[in-house]
Design a protein around this ligand. Sequence first.
Ligand code: RFL
Ligand code: PHB
Length: 395
Amino acid sequence: MINIKTQVGIIGAGPSGMVLANWLKKLGISAVVLELRSREYVEGRVRAGLVEQNTKDILKELGLDERMKKEGVVHDGVYLSFDEERVHIPFGQLTGGRTISIYGQQEITKDLTDAWLQGGETLYFETKATKIADFNTKNPKIHFIKDGEEGIVECDFVAACDGFHGIGRKTLPKKSFQSYDITYPFSWLGILANVAPSTDELIYSYHKNGFGLHSLRSETVSRLYLQVDNGDSLDNWSDDRIWSELSTRLGTPGWELEEGPIFEKGITPMRSHMIDTLRSGRLLLAGDAAHIVPPTGGKGMNLAIADVKHMVDAFVHFYKKNSETLLESYTDTALRRIWRAQDFSNFMTKLFHKQDEHGSFAYRLQKAKFDYIKVSKAGKTTIAENYVGLPFNTF
Ligand code: RFL
Ligand code: PHB
């Protein structure tokens, strides 16, 4: 039997769990992390790439942004395209200098994990948290299994940073929350390719064939996405078909998409999911454990890290000021930002995906929104300030 005592027991070594662990360490609060998967699996999982200003500021404050500053790419704007017409949204100008960066989520997680382990801290990979117990007392416990051996983390608080399939949400008392779900009638086919990006900034595009997104990872690697039907299979998408469709959907007169070898392909369903409680006693949830947004706004990882900021504030008040006030308000504080991001992600999803026949009423409304954004500074500012993320002192 493995027995560990710490102040905060963290389940999950994704971005939320690892930001929390490193932040607590900086503040002198002890933590241990349990992670179901192997280190190779977590660091190889291709996911987000868009890093909001708030997230950049947090990584800077933790002193863990060195590699992101070197290898990440700062973006001061984004292109929105509709029926082959493109408009530019300049972030800095519209938001007082706030920007986003493109830097892979797995690179952020790697930087955070390296720092944690190099500092001699505890992180058990391939370790399954099986039960969260006694979270309505002052001594909650996480039961786990590592290499076939049972263990217990005894702690003051449990932070469930364990993603959509974790045990945190399942442990919350059923009657303590309401859940909300939307399943969109389309999915994303995403690729990584060894080719220089054909654009200096991301392009989100509505086309009569469906949505397309041109993102990137570096000067030599591009990340692109296509709207496909739910249930569609990669078998139906040869590399040639993918490039041809991307080229059509992202195309504008006088612009060409460069093609290159594809080295990673995947299909992701699109959904919104929410619960309206992030805490029960001494169990607190953060990130995908409590909410999923469709990826069109690039918000998932950023929102997970924003939850952690509010959680850290609550722990600091508890440990340094002997106050439970911010623990009590954790759910409400986090939910204001989460609902804002749900709305923005839903807005971007509906604006750029093909939802009905080209030319239908739904299409006309999409086009009317785009035409407004095109001519209106207010319309562009709404996109810009949501996209780079509202500052923490807004809510
Ligand atoms: P994670 O990253 O899912 O980490 C949870 C961790 O918990 C572990 N775990 C357990 N460990 C121990 N015991 C158990 N019982 C456990 N159960 C689970 C898991 O193995 C895992 O390692 O959650 P976290 O930290 O909340 O982070 C959330 C983000 O990963 C997610 O929101 C983003 O990737 C979403 N997302 C994007 N977010 C952005 O901010 N910007 C983007 O550009 C962006 N693009 C995307 C995305 C997600 C995508 N997919 C594949 C869903 C693009 C895509 C295609
Ligand atoms: C990505 O680079 O993976 C990415 C960028 C923007 C999004 C979603 C994903 O909205």
